[in-house]
Design a protein around this ligand. Structure first.
Ligand SMILES: [Zn+2]
Length: 279
């Protein structure tokens, strides 16, 4: 289950609550070789040595990325974008399988396990900028949870003249917002009644407004319901939000108009949509 902005936000708040001020007393790495070769996890295990003895001074998220900052100039960057779990445990109850384990003073620990591509990296303050996901999400691109940054005026302006598919302006490196993945994208388009093949530049003012509202509302709802269904929070609790549109609608009919749900391949992913509602 991919972790997008709402889920990263939930995790970082829970981590902050439990871990602020705690000191790393040990760490462990599981079988990470293939993820290390893909650049998801530091190539050298010794990089994680530098977390030892560090005390957590903040845990924040932006977009899909969580930054745990230590008082010794180190950071732990977590972005389980294509699936993963970040779990809180008593040190004595840590499961046997994980990619990264950190133990803290006071018999507490966290484990991180990736189930798809993502990031688990120990980086110095200076090395943060070398991280692609950090540069992408801790950037000047608007965050949809920040009311000052994410305004309709700015959103509308940044969409105009973009002769690209609407997915490119919502998801990925050229998006005008951080933190949305393919899952959120399908839900947002369905709510805004916009067809996935539309070009951003073809959207009229009302459609842009509908898209803007859909982004805001979707994120608020997912936060309120503890994240997407299948998402597991820091305490192992499942999220309660079921997508209105996505692969879960495959072979079904639209809940609003009764049309058969269709799908098309778009920008490296399958996009489900309702041909009746989305124009
Ligand atoms: Zn429909």
């Amino acid at each position: 289950m991919s972790i997008e902005l709402p889920e990263a936000y939930i995790l970082s708040n829970q981590m902050s609550k439990e871990l602020l001020g705690k000191e790393v007393t040990c760490y462990g790495l599981g079988d990470c070789t293939s993820l290390q070769n893909l650049g998801c996890i530091n190539m050298y295990r010794s990089d994680f040595d530098k977390l030892h003895g560090g005390r957590i001074v903040s845990v924040v998220s932006r977009g899909n990325v969580i930054r745990v900052k230590f008082d010794n100039g180190m950071n732990l960057l977590l972005a389980p974008e294509y699936g993963g779990k970040v779990l809180y445990h008593k040190e004595s109850a840590v499961p046997s399988k994980y990619h990264l384990k950190l133990c803290f003073d006071g018999d507490s620990a966290l484990t991180v396990t990736l189930t798809g591509l993502g990031v688990i990296q120990a980086l110095t303050d200076e090395q943060l900028e070398n991280s692609y996901v950090y540069r992408r999400d801790f950037s000047t691109t608007a965050s949809p949870t920040d009311e000052k940054e994410f305004t309709f005026e700015r959103f509308s302006k940044e969409l105009s003249g973009r002769k690209v598919n609407v997915k490119s302006v919502l998801v990925g490196k050229d998006a005008v917002v951080v933190g949305l993945g393919n899952s959120a994208f399908q839900d947002i388009l369905f709510r805004a009644k916009v067809h996935p093949k539309r070009k951003a530049s073809s959207l009229n003012e009302a459609e842009k407004q509908a898209l803007f509202n859909a982004v805001k509302n979707l994120i608020q709802e997912r936060l309120k319901q503890g994240g997407k269904s299948q998402f597991v929070d820091f305490y192992g609790k499942l999220g309660g939000y079921n997508a209105e549109m996505g692969s879960n609608m495959k072979g079904k009919t639209c809940t609003k108009c009764g049309s058969q749900i269709e799908s098309l391949s778009l920008g490296g992913g399958q996009t489900f949509y309702c041909p009746g509602c989305q124009k």
